[in-house]
Design a protein. Structure first.
Length: 87
């Protein structure tokens, strides 16, 4: 059984874009999730930082009541009864 949060993180990371910068380091972003950007000395480090940034972004967004984009049919937004929506 995969939890919705885990599935959402995996779906988001599948859409990540990475670039090698002039200094040899890497940047990564998830275009559908505004502000989810990370940097690392290596691609592996950048991927790890991006996952951490994404997890923090989701938790802060949920805590503040921001509407999250639906990814791969996964909706983490709350509905009237306080539970997560399912699509």
């Amino acid at each position: 059984m995969t939890f919705p949060l885990t599935a959402y993180i995996e779906a988001a990371l599948e859409t990540a874009c990475y670039d090698k910068l002039e200094d040899g380091s890497f940047s990564g972003e998830i275009p559908k999730l505004k502000g989810v950007v990370a940097f690392g000395k290596s691609l592996r480090e950048c991927e790890s930082e991006l996952r951490s940034t994404l997890e923090d972004w989701i938790l802060v967004s949920l805590r503040l009541g921001h509407k999250l984009p639906v990814l791969a049919g996964i909706n983490l937004n709350r509905v009237k009864n306080g539970r997560m929506a399912t699509t």
